[in-house]
Design a protein around this ligand. Structure first.
Ligand SMILES: [Fe+2]
Ligand SMILES: [Fe+2]
Length: 166
């Protein structure tokens, strides 16, 4: 499915995050490198998660509670909370590692975070984004000439009760 124009900036950010995820999963990674990478990306990742939550909450305000996209959004929120918790720990608790230093458990923590991040992105690209496109976004082909991509007519901005967002 072709990515909707309104989601393309998110998908571009996913490409960057996937490079980070692959870097962190490299078996030979040393902890100093992993530490630098994750510290450099932490704020962007937190912002990306927060923007997804705020944006998508607005799009689903009119959907019935039983709609499948809401369970996909619940999974997205759960995974964001888990990833942020790991980012907080990995950024906060360790002194700067020297190149080649860092325990096996620390390297495994970076590897595991990379794996979880890659799985989260795959879930959004393969399941969540197509579902959001189907239910909430006006297809580019439906749009009158000159109209910017956007939500379907009748989807009113607001915050859906019960959908968490940060
Ligand atoms: Fe996400
Ligand atoms: Fe994302």
């Amino acid at each position: 499915m072709q990515r909707h124009a309104i989601l393309i900036p998110r998908s571009r950010e996913h490409h960057r995050s996937l490079r980070l995820a692959r870097d962190l999963q490299r078996a030979e990674l040393d902890a100093a490198y992993g530490q630098r990478q994750i510290r450099a990306a932490a704020d962007d990742l937190r912002r990306h998660f927060s923007e997804e939550e705020k944006t998508f909450a607005v799009w689903v305000t009119e959907l019935p509670d039983s709609h499948t996209v809401l369970s996909l959004l619940d999974r997205m929120h759960r995974e964001h909370r888990s990833l942020i918790a790991i980012i907080d720990v990995l950024c906060a608790d360790a002194p700067d590692f020297e190149p080649g230093a860092g325990s096996l458990s620390r390297r495994l923590a970076y590897h595991t975070f990379g794996q979880l991040l890659a799985e989260h992105i795959a879930f959004e690209e393969r399941s969540l984004f197509p579902a959001l496109q189907d239910c909430c976004l006006m297809a580019v082909s439906e749009m009158p000439a000159g109209v910017r991509p956007g939500v379907r007519p009748g989807v009113r901005p607001g915050v859906r009760p019960g959908v968490r967002h940060s």
